[in-house]
Design a protein around this ligand. Structure first.
Ligand code: FPP
Length: 231
């Protein structure tokens, strides 16, 4: 398979809490360690020639977590996302944040805007932080836009695709999840129509550059058919 085929990788970062509990640490320590792993996964993606990396950081359902943890995760994005500008700009990393921006605190929205603006000309890799993100919410937002624009029936998949946030981002080629869970959890529902899946036992804080290579190797063993009979 051609080296260029894994263009867009999606990661469901799971197991931060379990990583911390196993060490008698608070769950928040697991999220901090997850953040370190995230940095390594970005570098690993660059060295494996991946062009788009989508990371599931906070879902539309994560508001159900205890208040303290929700506040911690929001604060992590507000403080740590813009704090890494030097890392992004040195490595050619463009940051985009994908999700429902209608109900996020102003401090978080400002941090997101600052980071997106400061990295918009970087082109080695686009890292899409899925934040206050839900696949169903994303499709509903697209449908609402279509209604507001008074587009007439028949509404085709192509029209919907063009209204999904960031239509220039290609469909996700492979979605991987850590910590042994085998669920999609409302991640990239529209974009994953023909993606490959990989489920790994390793907890997310233990992922690193080398693990991205393992994922790429797994991906390259797959035969993709897109509903046809294969290449
Ligand atoms: C899932 O593990 C992890 C999350 C819900 C949060 C992931 C967020 C980060 C790694 C940081 C993102 C921050 C920025 C700045 C992009 P879990 O807590 O559900 O783990 P568990 O299932 O073991 O409890």
């Amino acid at each position: 398979m051609d080296d260029k085929d894994l263009i867009h990788l999606g990661i469901i970062m799971d197991g931060n809490g379990r990583w911390a509990s196993a060490r008698n640490l608070p769950r928040t320590a697991g999220h901090l360690e997850g953040l370190k792993a995230l940095r390594k996964c970005i570098l690993g993606s660059i060295s494996n020639n991946i062009k788009f990396l989508s990371l599931y950081a906070f879902s539309t359902e994560n508001w159900k977590r205890p208040d303290q943890e929700v506040k911690y995760l929001l604060n992590l994005v507000a403080t740590k996302l813009p704090a890494e500008l030097k890392f992004y700009n040195t490595n050619g990393i463009r940051i985009l944040v994908r999700g429902d921006s209608s109900n996020i605190p102003p401090k978080v929205a400002a941090a997101i805007k600052k980071t997106e603006d400061a990295t918009e000309n970087n082109s080695t890799i686009t890292v899409i932080i899925c934040f206050n993100y839900g696949g169903q919410n994303e499709i509903a937002r697209a449908v609402n836009e279509i209604i507001e624009e008074k587009i007439q029936a028949p509404i085709t998949p192509e029209i919907i695709r063009k209204h999904i946030q960031y239509p220039f981002v290609p469909p996700v080629d492979m979605i991987v999840r850590s910590a042994g869970e085998k669920r999609l959890s409302n991640f990239l529902l529209w974009e994953s129509a023909y993606s490959e899946f990989g489920f790994y036992d390793k907890l997310f804080p233990e992922w690193n550059e080398d693990f991205i290579k393992v994922i790429k190797n797994d991906f390259q063993k797959r035969t993709r058919k897109f509903g046809g009979l294969g290449k």
